[in-house]
Design a protein around this ligand. Sequence first.
Ligand SMILES: Nc1ncnc2c1ncn2[C@@H]1O[C@H](COP(=O)(O)OP(=O)(O)OP(=O)(O)O)[C@@H](O)[C@H]1O
Ligand SMILES: Cc1ncc(COP(=O)(O)O)c(N)n1
Length: 276
Amino acid sequence: MMGSVKSALTIAGTDPSGGAGIQADLKTFQERQVYGMSVITSVVAQNTLGVQDVKHLSIDFIEKQMDAVLEDIFPQAIKTGMIATVEMMQLIATKIAKTNIPYVIDPVMVAKSGDSLMEDQSRKAIRDVLIPLATVVTPNVPEAEILVGFDIKNQQDAKKAAKVIVDDLGAQSAVVKGGHLPGEAVDILYDGNDYYYFKNVRFDTKHTHGTGCTFSAAITAELAKGKSIKEAVELGKAYITDAIKFSLELGQGNGPTNHWGGYRLKGLPNQEGEIK
Ligand SMILES: Nc1ncnc2c1ncn2[C@@H]1O[C@H](COP(=O)(O)OP(=O)(O)OP(=O)(O)O)[C@@H](O)[C@H]1O
Ligand SMILES: Cc1ncc(COP(=O)(O)O)c(N)n1
């Protein structure tokens, strides 16, 4: 018999090319030894080159998916990614408010290709409706700028933004990611008391499709296992760093992160799953 199996739920949009969104989240959960479940908000026609089209699912159908999961296999943590409309946010907030488990928000607004993944009026709604429920919010710099309303040019500004997301917007903690700032890749966590800096060298690669999704999913998986916020972010940072270091040259645009990152240091697993 297995010990107690931990599970996590992602509520997000899809990426048929497998690098971002729901697909990245489920791969990450699996690699972190957490049973992954998903509720789809929007079906997105996209690949490493960009977004070609988006179809939103109805509120009624998103609700049915959420009920199907939450009334059967209850997760130990939830994350949300792409939630395009205000109505979707209101529904998801109502459901999440009834749970008492860690909740990670990756406030996905624009894809790496520059295509918008959120309606304009939803930018205020995510702040008012979802962020007060969050255990951790993981904005990149442009997303944090929209949430807090000032420019972020350096680590000092990023630190201020993390504080505003917690103290003024009501999240329990915030990690402002440094992928878009110059210099080392430094992510700054504020948990209402202390600041923590998670640093790594910046890899010179264009293959970063899905980095934000992968990072926040890894944090969610670790929270599902009962890790503290600080430990979860530390483990998430180690995971995304390897996944970018060994990112895959697939497709014609920005290739995806590599969920075998750690294994690649030693060699890929063979068909029996052994790493030699
Ligand atoms: N070139 C890089 N080398 C090392 N780490 C990176 C690099 N780019 C991003 N990171 C790290 O990857 C994680 C994701 O950060 P990023 O700021 O790119 O967010 P994002 O949501 O993926 O942004 P985007 O919308 O551009 O995809 C963070 O931990 C960040 O520090
Ligand atoms: C459905 C969905 N969710 C999120 C992202 C952002 O991923 P990235 O900005 O890393 O390309 C994406 N491209 N698609």
